[in-house]
Design a protein around this ligand. Structure first.
Ligand code: FAQ
Length: 311
């Protein structure tokens, strides 16, 4: 019977049908989705911290209002994604415990510190830019709830990318000190942004199966190449220099050749050894502990409502 259900599942995936929560699915497909979607959700939530760090220090009321809205959007993205993962039979508590225990990952990019105001613009430009490049194809991922979450997330993310670019534009067209600050931020965020797409395809244990299941629609290297190709002209328009001496246009392939990210650094950050990894996990643990009374009160309230309905 399982063989028949598997054949039906494979046929639906091959026909680009969405798989929905109540449909039968192979256990490994379910596990892969829980891993990817929960890690994606954790990234959005941990991703609030580097920018949250600058809300009180934004240079104007306008910039502060924009930054607050952006960080709030990231909380919203985390919540949609936790909900999408919950439809696969895992609870929010279990996902949070996996993060706090260091078992679930979150994107390497959020383990780097935000040192200057230019980092806010640069994160919007590069980090949201990389996130969109990865997430646009995920709007067609084979699992329905994940695909639908991505539609709204991508709309908000493209606003984030533009606000970031506009903030860097202001600095790049400003005083020499401001322009230097923008260049310094680009120098520090460029390589970590390329690492967001994951290890090279020939070192990516999950890509082949995830492509077959149409969970991933493009590989890590394909997306990284696209990101470089759209971002280089943006840096040129700003008058900033991408910190890669090997970056050169390759007419034959119709894209840029570029240098190799420091994969040792990537794996160290994945292992939890990133520059501010401890600080990030500490902030999440504190938020979870400080929120205990809210969760307790909500459960108590729900129990009271239930018993009143029964009475
Ligand atoms: N960081 O075999 P693969 C955002 C792990 S955007 C940490 O290639 P896969 C928006 C990987 O999990 C950022 N770990 O794995 C925002 C696996 O380990 P595992 C979030 C990484 O899953 C912007 C192992 O390495 N976006 O938050 C990373 O097929 C601004 C082997 O790798 C998403 O999560 C990494 N960079 O491909 C918020 C997108 N790369 O799990 C605030 C959805 C790889 O087996 C401010 N996710 N690993 O223990 C994906 O598309 C995929 O999961 C990849 C990895 C492409 C990230």
């Amino acid at each position: 019977e399982d063989a028949a259900r598997l054949a039906e599942f494979d046929a639906r995936v091959a026909a680009d049908d969405f798989i929905e929560p109540k449909d039968w699915m192979p256990e490994a497909y379910r596990r892969t989705l829980i891993r990817q979607i929960s890690q994606h959700a954790h990234s959005e939530i941990v991703g609030m911290l580097p920018e949250g760090n600058w809300i009180t220090r934004a240079p104007s009321l306008r910039r502060k209002a924009i930054l607050m809205a952006k960080v709030q959007d990231e909380a919203g993205h985390g919540l949609y994604l936790y909900c999408a993962a919950e439809t696969l039979g895992i609870s929010r508590d279990e996902m949070t415990q996996a993060l706090l225990a260091g078992k679930a990952k979150y994107s390497t990019i959020f383990n780097y510190p935000t040192l200057t105001w230019a980092d806010m613009g640069t994160i919007g430009w590069l980090v949201d830019g990389a996130a969109i490049m990865n997430q646009v194809p995920l709007q067609r991922t084979s699992y329905g709830p994940y695909a639908r979450a991505m539609v709204r997330v991508c709309k908000e993310e493209s606003f984030h990318q533009r606000q970031g670019y506009e903030a860097v534009m202001a600095l790049a067209a400003g005083t020499p000190e401001q322009k230097a600050m923008a260049q310094d931020a680009l120098d520090r965020w460029w390589w970590p942004s390329l690492m967001m797409f994951g290890p090279p395809d020939d070192n990516s244990p999950n890509t082949a199966q995830s492509m077959r299941w149409r969970i991933k629609r493009e590989t890590n290297d394909e997306l990284r190449q696209k990101f470089v190709d759209v971002t280089v002209p943006q840096a040129e328009a700003l008058g900033l220099t991408i910190p890669d001496p090997d970056l050169v246009w390759n007419e034959a392939k119709g894209g840029y050749d570029f240098g190799t990210p420091d994969w040792d650094e990537f794996y160290a950050v994945v292992r939890g050894e990133g520059p501010v990894a401890m600080e990030r996990m500490e902030a999440r643990r504190k938020a979870w502990d400080d929120g205990a009374w809210v969760r307790d009160a909500a459960m108590e309230h729900a129990a009271k409502q239930r018993s009143q309905r029964l009475a």
